[in-house]
Design a protein around this ligand. Sequence first.
Ligand code: NAD
Ligand code: G3P
Length: 316
Amino acid sequence: MKIAIVGAGAWGSTLAELARENGHQVDLWSRRGSAELSTVVERAEIILSAIAMKGVRSVMTQLKGCDLASEVILVTATKGLDPDSGNDVDLPMLPSQVWRTGFASGAVGKPHPAIAILSGPNLSKEIRRGLPAASVVASETLETAERVQAAFSSHRFRVYTNLDPVGVELGGALKNVIAIAVGTCDGLRLGDNAKAALITRGLAEMIRIGTYWGANAATLYGLSGLGDLLATCNSPLSRNYQVGYGLAQNKSLSQVLEALEGTAEGINTAKVLIKLAQQQNISVPISYQVYRLLEGEITPQAAVEELMQRHSKPEV
Ligand SMILES: NC(=O)c1ccc[n+]([C@@H]2O[C@H](COP(=O)([O-])OP(=O)(O)OC[C@H]3O[C@@H](n4cnc5c(N)ncnc54)[C@H](O)[C@@H]3O)[C@@H](O)[C@H]2O)c1
Ligand SMILES: O=P(O)(O)OC[C@H](O)CO
């Protein structure tokens, strides 16, 4: 199979390695590399995007001008929310929706790729070390999901299918905000009880937002939801966790970002999520404190106090 990977950061390079191991012909495109995007994607049966959220729109604009194979599948592996969409009436766009609307507005007669989402507990550094991992590929049709599943599955990367693309995509995006909260909790040495409470109540927030969005709650209890929360909130390899941990050491966000290797999507996601939650009156108290912390409106210690002093309420 010919696979084009767009985005040669940590995740794109890791997925390229997995696909090559499976015997596929893999071409990797980076905005800083010399290869032309149009050449890399020509005749590709799968185009996988591992672009950070902030670059998705510009790469989509370039890609929709390229000639694509008629049966191509676009797989998005970005875990974020689009900051340039969403208002009182419309939800913000998920990365897959940015791709879908981009292709729909392209030249008449050009093929519109089928879209799939790849998401799960997948810390790229562990996968690069050859350690086993599982992930989920979601699409609106099982046929599309199964084609991507077959392309990436291996003895060390177990891929499940799912027919709830919104749930799978949201699970990967929303967990990053909770990982910042948990990194802060660990940075403040608040203990394992506090950490378990944040992960569990964070999952409740993800389910509240997800079901509002039309996701199936069961999806968020799966790999791209609870699974990714567990990996990200328990690993110092996670950039989102590192952001929270750094803020708890009284570093400024810019100091933390200077030292950070790669992208922490939770920073942008928190902004988009809180705008939506406020517009639609959805309760997301942990995410809200993360947002305030990132905006420099509150100290980590004060954020903890605010969470602990909320009105008493039933668990479910
Ligand atoms: N690293 C992981 O473990 C991992 C695992 C699963 C999913 N992801 C997700 O994959 C995405 C990429 O993560 P990463 O770890 O590879 O990040 P990274 O910072 O290593 O790489 C980001 C990639 O996005 C590209 N990019 C950024 N801004 C761009 C722009 N304006 N125009 C064009 N390209 C741009 C960069 O060139 C690079 O290829 C993120 O959404 C992340 O949440 C990462
Ligand atoms: O390093 P992070 O925080 O972006 O996490 C990477 C992956 O999303 C983990 O599944």
